[in-house]
Unconditional design. Structure first.
Length: 693
DNA sequence: CTTAGGG
DNA sequence: CCCTAAG
């Protein structure tokens, strides 16, 4: 029997690898327990700040009439947001409790949300595609107060949106997004700015100020969000950070009012929230199917089989007995794999993951916090405060405000603002209020069956992680990044009476540099600016977004060592892969904690894996890798081993329990057969290790 | 660096 | 996928 099997499998014995061992390093993650903790604290602080923030802008000469305001960009000043109960950006100081509360309840869609409802129910309408594969959510504002509310509304102007989240609401498991920056965003941004300058902008609220890259991004992202990614065939949006550091957070309005603080805020909630998310997440579809507990199963299984030798157990007779089916030895070319592996990503419904592109750098909360606080109290912001005056000033700073304004066109919001602003600063001081911060580049993948609460948690976690990484403030004036910190505001062109077309603050991740960006098939030319452009790749399959690619001079760092093979597939697969930006080995300290994005195996990959294992057997993963996945840099031998493990599991469970893209039964049968066969082989070689019944 | 397993 | 112990 054995012999027969061998024949069937084409077992040829161990083959010495022809290729030199490639150096594959297993990434080791640094454990920054301590740092994490500190960072989290910082994050909390920041969040608190964010929650309270409102950007206050003041102009010297407030305009009385809304019309004038509209016409004259710079005459407007905004002091505070209208007191609208619904408006998020109140100046209220967030106390600890409120902050926390906001954080936890920030997700609002057109009113109340049923926590228990599946996301799909809530959100599908906006992002539904025929395929139902994915819903894209764009977080227009990550205002703690407003949450997603704005973002979900189609009518809302997108410009303000910075953070985007793609959610795979349906079948597909895929979501990935980093920042949803449209390629166009860059230009968009400029347009916005120019509009402001021209005074042509139709919306008062349109924020130019926000010019931040993010802002522009927002716009596009928003639009995208309105339609399901999956629906857009062939559409790809990529984000390309020109700069090394993709802006993480944008402060639209710098409102000085940062409340208070942070230290007091209970971080437990935040942490807890994030933790919960994790718990909720179901990363390992295969391993952990709801019904079958992998671990438990495995354990249960073990006892039966053999002591200590896992393989032995595998050798379950029944499987082994199965007629060995002919294995097809056609070898899949790597190309094929490459082409395919990204192509089919859909399938898994239950998966959740999120990733944040930047993190790990110690967050200087104090710095930020202090700034804002200062501005608040005094209204004089010397250090970093600027004021913008554009028609859209309202928006400028904060997207939140702009959104609102749009909503309430009836009375010129401007007017309202105007009235409220009681401060006329004659002096040269510029007052800014940071209304909100936007959190870009969040990856969230969540099953459509998830509850709103789960999504909230996911968002919370993402934000927390993001903030945890450490931030620095950046300023963008007229679409250009201000790099010289030594200049005075006046020199820079920021003054109370100066008209600033666009002034924006950004919170950038300190760690961003260390984070790899992605490469996309399309290389984008990024303007000299530092603006990152996000790219979202989607193919016909569920959307998968991969993060960002770093581009220099419009040139993508294709030669980056880490660059994953980007298949030349036309549009079938994802072209984007995370890459380490520099050739240098990333410092663990900074990169470490980044979890790789999940890339479900395509059927083609599975087939290649099965084929390879049939020939090589289990236990020679490096060879399997070389044989079948040599070109798939993102598949390590450990990945293959893990995949095999899950395949075996998948094959054993009922089809109903399987998730993700269905694997042809034929392949699963081969998996079981091969598994049984090789298990048997091992038994033969190490019979002593196990006592069989 | 590889394997093998648990998480 | 991650993390690790072992080899």
């Amino acid at each position: 029997m054995v012999a027969q099997k061998r024949i069937d499998y084409g077992f040829v014995g161990y083959q010495v690898p022809t290729k030199p061992r490639a150096a594959r390093s297993t990434r080791k993650r640094d454990t920054f327990q301590t740092r994490v903790e500190n960072n989290q604290m910082c994050a909390i602080d920041l969040l608190a700040t964010v929650a309270s923030g409102t950007l206050l802008q003041e102009k010297q000469n407030p305009i009385t009439s809304s019309d004038e305001l509209m016409k004259k960009d710079q005459r407007r000043f905004v002091k505070e947001e209208v007191q609208d109960g619904n408006k998020p950006f109140k100046a209220e100081l967030p106390d600890e409790a409120s902050c926390e509360k906001r954080l936890q309840h920030g997700f609002v869609k057109e009113g109340s949300v049923d926590m228990n409802k599946p996301l799909k129910a809530e959100l599908s309408d906006e992002g539904s595609s025929d395929r139902k594969c994915i819903s894209t959510l764009s977080l227009q504002e990550f205002d703690l107060n407003s949450g997603l509310k704005e973002s979900l509304r189609p009518e809302i102007d997108d410009r303000s949106c910075i953070a985007s989240i793609l959610t795979s609401s349906s079948c597909s498991e895929r979501l990935v997004t980093d920042t949803l920056l449209d390629v166009k965003s860059h230009s968009e941004m400029k347009n916005i700015t120019s509009k402001v300058e021209l005074g042509s902008s139709g919306f008062p609220d349109c924020s130019d100020c926000n010019l931040d890259v993010d802002v522009s991004i927002v716009k596009d992202g928003l639009r995208n969000s309105e339609m399901p990614i999956g629906a857009e065939t062939g559409t790809r949006c990529f984000k390309d950070p020109i700069d090394d550091k993709p802006p993480v957070l944008v402060v639209s309005d710098g409102n000085a009012k940062l409340s208070g603080h942070s230290d007091s805020i209970p971080r437990s909630s935040l942490l807890k929230g994030s933790e919960n998310v994790t718990v909720v997440s179901r990363d390992d579809d295969e391993n952990k199917s709801g019904c079958a507990h992998p671990s438990s199963k495995t354990k249960a299984f073990r006892p039966k089989t053999c002591i200590g030798d896992q393989r032995i157990r595998k050798r379950l007779a029944s499987k082994y007995r199965k007629v060995a089916r002919e294995s097809k030895h056609d070898t899949l070319s790597n190309n094929v794999l490459d082409r395919n592996f990204n192509t089919v990503q859909n399938g898994r419904k239950n998966s959740y993951s999120h990733q944040i592109s930047q993190m790990n750098i110690p967050f200087k909360k104090r710095k930020i916090f202090d700034c804002s606080a200062t501005s608040n109290s005094n209204g004089n912001i010397r250090s970093g405060r600027t004021y913008y005056s554009t028609k859209n000033d309202i928006n400028q700073g904060v997207s939140c405000s702009s959104s609102r304004i749009r909503k309430d066109p009836g009375k010129s919001s401007l007017e309202a603002y105007h009235h409220r602003s009681g401060l006329k600063s004659r002096d040269s001081h510029v007052k800014l209020r940071i209304k909100s911060f936007r959190v870009p580049e969040l990856f969230i993948e969540i099953p459509e069956t998830s509850t709103v609460a789960s999504l909230k948690k996911a968002v919370m976690e993402a934000v927390t992680t993001l903030l945890r990484g450490g931030l620095r403030v950046g300023m963008i004036l007229h679409g250009k990044k201000l790099r010289d910190d030594s200049k005075t505001l006046l020199q820079t062109g920021i003054s109370h009476d100066n008209e600033l077309d666009a002034l924006g603050f950004t919170l950038e991740s300190n760690a961003s540099q260390s984070l790899p960006l992605i490469c996309a098939k399309h290389s984008l030319n990024v303007p000299s600016g530092d603006m990152p452009i996000s790219l979202i790749g989607h193919s016909s399959s569920p959307a998968v977004v991969f993060p960002i690619q770093r581009i220099q001079g419009g040139k993508k760092l294709s030669d980056s060592k880490e660059l994953v093979t980007i298949p030349e597939m036309g549009s079938e697969g994802l072209d984007i892969l995370p890459v380490n930006q520099s050739h240098q080995k990333p410092k663990r300290t900074e990169i470490s904690q980044r979890r790789r994005i999940r890339r479900p195996f395509s059927v083609a990959e599975v087939e290649a894996l099965v084929e390879a294992v049939e020939r090589l057997g289990t236990g020679r993963w490096r060879d399997v890798k070389l044989r079948a996945f040599d070109d798939a840099k993102h598949r390590t031998y450990v990945d293959l081993k893990d995949k095999w493990k899950t395949l075996v599991h998948t094959a054993r469970i009922s089809p109903q329990q399987r998730r993700g893209e269905p694997v042809p039964q034929e392949l699963l049968d081969r998996v079981l057969t091969a598994h049984a066969y090789w298990s048997q082989q091992q038994l033969k070689h190490h019979p002593e290790t196990c006592l069989l019944l």
